[in-house]
Design a protein around this ligand. Structure first.
Ligand code: NAP
Length: 439
């Protein structure tokens, strides 16, 4: 028998569990740990609430989770309740699949001003992550600035622009819906330090901007490179750049009919945040030019007015005490997923925050192949049985997948009209929902 502990119940964690299940069938026991009493990590707390079809992948994880060989051990924080060393003593392999839940800091003067948030916090807020549900951003101002030209920047710009009606069918949490509905935002500026040919945005996500009820995108035609240069781009990026060209051709009259403009501002590298009374009022940016693909400052600066700033410049993994960490890259120090004997990492914790949800599947299968070579038929550890003793000794209140289904049933029962669920946004309510379930 092989005993595997996976830390994190998001895509990387469940694809790894699926791979172990497929490889070893009844000859493996996999415990999937999560610090929250609810599973699915990024799917629940990161994927935009109006992208329900992407969130639907959790049904696949459910199939894995309900197999006999895999179980969820929710509400257990590795690092606080249980140490990595505890797990290493009990399991043949410990796999860190904790993703990259922290913001890459922008580290500019003024980044601690009020109403400047990182995307982990802001996205966590509208997705009801317990850590960020109380963020309470002030959306009463007219000008929002989103920094970064990736898909997270697009998510944030879109969420800031949608009407209440457009959130029908989403699982955005009520506190965010109410605040967004009441927002004073008229401009969402998306700042990129490089140009249209260097965006990280994908065509499907960019295309959504022209379907918005009360918002329209704006691109300055002068920022676009000569059209013949697009031929050199790979097809996905070429499609995205074509969309930017379409945005640049939208007549001002069309935008005038909308109450929100989503303005793409290229060649604008943030220098510092300025504020008044402790709250942000603008972002000072330097005009850049692109040399060999890199943004180079021109010395020309200006202030982009801002009542709210969300930096969407990438994520970092959270270090775990005693586990080698690559500070510069913001991920665990590893060689193809191996950290130390018996200790592995997978997904964003291994390779950093890039790729789609599906990219984590081959990652999960690859790490299981590696583990198979390392542990053979198992190393004689106690696994699940030993963990249950430890959990009893420490009086841990474990949430199983069946418990999660009770919590989920309560969320579904509380859903607003047309919404799939109304999420619990604090841990006590999640536990209370489990405890009061009659199933
Ligand atoms: P990303 O795609 O890496 O984009 C980060 C952006 O931030 C880049 O435009 C980057 O510009 C910019 N940036 C980085 N440091 C900066 C700085 N100091 N100042 C100004 N700009 C800076 O990251 P992401 O948007 O966080 O997305 C993470 C991953 O999740 C990606 O793989 C993304 O595709 C995926 N995702 C997918 C979806 C979806 O499919 N619907 C939704 C959300 C996220 P430079 O290029 O100049 O460095």
């Amino acid at each position: 028998m092989r005993h595997i502990a996976i830390i994190g119940s998001g895509p990387a964690g469940y694809y790894t569990a699926e791979a172990a299940q497929k490889k070893w069938g009844e000859e493996v026991r996999v415990d999937v740990f999560d610090r929250l009493p609810v599973p699915f990590g990024l799917i629940r707390s990161g994927v935009a609430p109006d992208h329900q079809s992407i969130k639907g992948v959790s049904r696949r994880y459910e199939q894995t989770a309900l197999g006999d060989s895999v179980r969820l051990v929710g509400n257990v924080d590795i690092g606080t309740d249980v140490s990595i060393a505890d797990l290493q003593e009990l399991y043949d392999a410990v796999v860190i699949a904790t993703g990259a839940p922290e913001d890459r800091p922008i580290s500019l003067p003024g980044d601690n001003l009020g109403n400047v948030f990182g995307s982990a916090a802001f996205v966590g807020w509208y997705n009801g992550h317990p850590k960020f549900a109380g963020l309470a951003p002030d959306l009463s101002g007219r000008r929002a600035v989103v920094i970064g030209m990736g898909n997270v920047a697009l998510d944030v710009a879109r969420i800031l622009s949608k009407t209440r009606r457009e959130f029908a069918g989403s699982d955005i949490v009520l506190h965010a819906l109410d605040l967004l509905d009441d927002s004073g935002i008229e401009t969402v500026s998306i700042l990129g330090r490089r140009g249209p040919h260097q965006i990280m945005m994908t065509p499907k996500e960019l295309g959504e901007l022209v379907q918005l009820e009360r918002a329209a995108p704006q691109v300055d035609p002068g920022d676009l490179p000569p059209v013949e240069d697009d031929a050199l781009l790979e097809p996905g990026l070429r499609k995205s750049v074509n969309l930017l060209r379409d945005f640049a051709a939208i007549p001002q009259g069309v935008r005038d009919e909308k109450s929100i403009t989503i303005a793409f501002e290229f060649f604008a590298s943030p220098l510092r945040f300025i504020g008044e009374g402790g709250k942000v009022t603008g972002v000072e940016v330097e005009r850049t030019s692109i040399e060999a693909g890199r943004a180079v400052g021109t010395g020309e600066t200006r202030i982009v007015p801002a009542d709210l700033v969300v930096t969407c410049i990438g994520y970092r993994s959270s270090p775990i005490e005693g586990v080698p960490f690559d500070e510069r890259a913001g991920k665990f120090a590893n060689d193809e997923g191996r950290i130390l004997p018996g200790l592995y990492c997978v997904g964003w914790a291994r390779r950093g925050p890039s790729g789609t949800i599906g990219t984590n599947r081959p990652d999960g299968f690859a790490i299981v192949d590696l583990i198979a070579g390392d542990i053979g038929p198992g190393t004689g550890k106690r696994g699940r049985e030993g963990f249950d003793e430890l959990a009893k000794d420490r009086a841990l209140d474990i949430v199983t997948f069946r418990d999660w289904q009770k919590i989920e049933a309560a969320e579904v029962a509380a859903a607003r009209d047309g919404s799939p669920r109304e999420k619990f946004i604090d841990i006590d309510s999640m536990i209370a929902a489990r405890d009061s379930s009659e199933n």
